[in-house]
Each structure stands twice: as C-alpha cells, then as structure tokens.
Design a protein around this ligand. Sequence first.
Ligand code: AMP
Length: 430
Amino acid sequence: MSKFRTVRGMRDFLPEQARTMRYIENLARELAKLYGFKEVITPVVESYDLLAAKSGEEIRQRMYAFKDLGGRKVALRPEFTASIARLVATTLRNEPKPLRLFCAGSLYRYDEPQLGRYREFWQSNFELIGSKNPEADAEILTLTNDLMERLGLKNYWFKVGHMGILRGILGEEGVKEEDQNLIMQRFDKKLWEEGLKILEKLKVSRKCLETIKNLMKIHGTKIEDVLGKVKEKVKDYEVSVSAVENLEEILNLTFESGVKFEVSIEPAFARGLEYYTGIIFEVFTPELEIALSGGGRYDKLIELFGGEPTPAVGVAHGIDRIMLAMEKQKIKPKLPEKPLVVIIPIEEDLKSKALELAIQLRKKGVCTEVEVMRRTATRALQDADRRGATHTVLVAPKELKEGKVVLRDMQLREQKAVDLEKLPNEILDE
Ligand code: AMP
C-alpha cells in the first residue's frame, strides 16, 4: 500500500462524480449564456489583502494564506466575488454597464470537514454589475430558481432577508460597522444569544434590543403578511423601513413575472460575508441542513477596491452541495446516451487496422476504444460488456479480405458483417 493519500478536507472525484460535477457546472454555464452572462476566468491565487478586505472574520481566519517565494502575502481564493470586484475596479473599469459576469471553479476554506463542507469546493458564480434596481435582484433570483428547476431538484426554498433591516437599526443606534459585523457573524451562525450579548455590552437602547428580538421571531412564506409585520416592528428606523420596502419590491417583481418558488422570509437572517448591503438569500432542500447557494446585493465593494461607485448583485451555487442534494433526491444527470465502441483485433497483425478504424470512427464523433491488452476475443468481449460498451467491432482476417468487419450489438447480443465504409452509419443510425 502506498503511504500517500489525499490531504484532509481534499477529495478525488471518481468518474461518476466528476461527470455529475461537470454536468452541474455546464448546466450553469448554459444558463449563463441564456441570461447574457459572459464567462471570465480569474486566478486561484490572489493577494491576501484583496480577499481579506470584506470576506468577514469567519472566512478570513480560514483562508489558505501564505507568502509566495517572492515574499508576497497571497491566499487561495475562498470566494469569487472579491476577484470579480477587483476586475470591475481595474481592467473592466470603463466597460459599459451593466456587466454580467459568470465564473466557475474551485475555492478553498480551512473549514472543519463534514457532510457538504470541504476545504476545496466548487461554485458557479453569477454577478450582475452596475444596476441598483430591483429588476437586477429579480434576475439573480430567477436565474437561481431556473438552475434548481433544470437540475430537477424538488421542494427547495429560498431563505430571504435584507441586510438593511438589521444594519438600519444598528446604524441608527450608533453601533460601529466593525461591531455590526461581529453581530452579523453570530446571527449568521444562528448564535442569537451571543449576538444579543454583544449588543447588551455595547449598551444599545432597550427598544433596539426588543426590536431585534422581535424580528428573530418573525418568519413566514407570505410576502405581504411577513413584511407587513416587519415594517410595523421597525417603523422608527427609517433605513430599515426602506430595506423592507426594497425587499417587498424585489419579491413582488419576481413573482409578478410568473416565476414560482417557495420563500421563507426571515428579517433577522444575516450572512457572514461583510460586503452585502441589500437583499440576501440562500437556497435549501429538506434533505440537507446546509445551503446549496448563497447570494445578495453588495453596492459598496467595487468602490472599496478603488473603482467607481458601482452597485452589484450576485449569487454563488455550491456545485458539491448540489451534487449531494441530487444524490439525496435520487436525481441522475440528464446526459445524452451515446454509443461506446470497442474495437478488437482478432490477430496481432490486425492491430494497425484496429487503430485506423478507431480514428475513422472518432472523426465521425463516435466514442471508440481499442483493445490494448492483447486479450483473446472472448475475454475482450467480456471486458467490453463490463465497461458498458454498446458495440464491439471485431477485426478478423476473413471478413477484412472482403472489406468488412464484424459489428456486435452488445445489448441485443447480435452480430453481423458490415462494409467498412458503412460502419459509422450502422453505429450512429441505430
Ligand atoms: P458563500 O460563498 O459562503 O456565500 O457560499 C456560497 C455557497 O458555496 C454555499 O451555499 C455552498 O453551497 C458553497 N460552499 C461554501 N462553503 C463551502 C464548503 N466549505 N464546502 C462546500 N461548499 C461550500
């Protein structure tokens, strides 16, 4: 046995899983095209300062950070948004808005490995940059729902909130941004009591504490109903009221367009990433406690990186977790069934003919393998069967003399001699 194995938190994806991962990624890529998002590829290694600026304490402490050989403080990206915001603040600075950008790839966080939480994981990421309007938020929600639908996921729901609700209250109370961030991190992890304790230490007013406690109790699926209650609770906090109104407008706009999905509106919902300023949301399925996707509006980040003030909204879909949810819901990727051909030379001096035939079939787009183990025809046929070949082609001297090979249908277990030039069509026409 080799002493080498994967590093803790890192995984190999074997063919079936790799296929599912790529299927999800490609579906997201197709969706990007449909919605006008252009793909960009950004580096896995970025400057530590860029990644640390607004990622939040949780992620900051879990970054794979190191000095490169040139002494630069760098880190493996823990998320995509910082890289995209950097692009928009620099190279894409003068591009006409809106910008719709898509990217997909691996991310790194030194999280405690557990079901659905890995140290290397994969996301497809969409950012709509340059619009502050609710229709941009609605597009991101719609697109996320579209992906879930196309994947065939069932019974999923969107947990929805708005950063402006809590921040509006805390801002009015004079709580500094760093302290607000600390509180948001606790709330993000559902450590409600810890969050409230910080507030008490900061000596916020009774009214503030009561309002936040009340908000924690409110959640529901009916937009008017829930947001009506929230508005009533935060009526003395102007910024919070407009946050509620903004959320209401986004959700109404989304559903007026005819899109249908379940929402759970939670006004005390917070996300650990510090850059969110508006709507925030996550997607859940009943089978998993962890979110499949997460997103929201971040209107100040690009400016913070030295760009023009540029509002933006985006979402990241966790490909690993989507795969988990598909497994739990017994959903298989919808991949086209294509023939797989194995070419078996019956005699050693027919090897080159077998290779030549394989080249011809591949030119026609037929997936083709050649028997390379020099096994007997019987053994090679058994192996082809085991590996799911739909057809085998036996290259034998007698048939070859007449310009033919033997084509075997592995499912029907029937075989016939076929003219060499008709072989691709015989396979493809079935
Ligand atoms: P975030 O960047 O934290 O908003 O996360 C967005 C999505 O990425 C989550 O909803 C997850 O699907 C996925 N994700 C985040 N962290 C991990 C992780 N450690 N392992 C697997 N997926 C993750």
